[in-house]
Design a protein around this ligand. Sequence first.
Ligand code: ADP
Length: 294
Amino acid sequence: MNVIELKSLTKNYGNARGITDVSFNVEEGEIFGFIGPNGAGKSTAIRTLLALIYPTSGSATIFGKDCIKFSPEIKKEIGYLPSEVFYYDKMKVIDLLKYSASFYKKNCDIRIKELAEIMDLDLNKKIDDLSFGNKKKVGIVQGLLHEPKLIILDEPTSGLDPLMQQKFFDLLKEENKKGATILFSSHILSEVEKLCHRVAIIKEGKLIKLEKISTLKENKHKKFKIETKLDLDNEYFNIPGITKLEVQDNIVSFIFRGNINSIMKKLSAIEITNLWIEEPDLEEIFMHYYKKED
Ligand code: ADP
């Protein structure tokens, strides 16, 4: 079952581009990554899903219902962490969280305490006195306290230190194991790679790739680093399938995609002193897709 379905969703801000004709589905139980550089259109898509803004054309459903028409009903089952959080600064953290919890028809007190403990958040502090990272934690607890079926996170890790990020990811994995579907937007590929099952890559308002993380990484691209005493120039490696070619002193590195035998033949013809072949990380593959689309 699809928890989220975007159907040719388009949002223009006057004449300015927001998102154009974006379609993809998020299946129940998935951790789905929504990635692209700043300004690509991630927040626009998410805000439209949450009916905070209205689409220019196209539509979207959440839990099989139109996300605009049924927004109040749908939102009860969604936990949302916006990219920027603003609060009533004079309030104490606990009061703000209790106020948030009052919108749901269940007692969230225990869960608030548990989440605050996991995220190392002092519930008795005034929001005013919190650092940016700690305010982000308030947003995280606020988004998760009602144990939503769908968690939508817009750039959630900015401001969190690496240890907190890890705790937060573990928490999300646990929520996912308990059945929550997660939509996670980010411009940082390494974090999406760690957490998500599938990704949609968005660029300048348009979807450019929809793929399983495992497929993206699967054997398709290899990262080569070769050490040789020969004086090689770029021309020697001017063969199809090679990208990101760099020749520095006696080290040559590149990403290769294609029939591995063709590159091995090329390499066997030269004297090599050392060789490394690795799986490239998502960042490197992603940049490659970007180039292809340009
Ligand atoms: P992302 O979340 O990927 O960083 P956004 O969805 O915020 O991207 O932005 C997508 C595009 O829409 C950008 O070109 C941005 O300038 C534009 N945009 C976003 N919000 C507004 C707005 N309120 N008014 C006009 N343009 C906007």
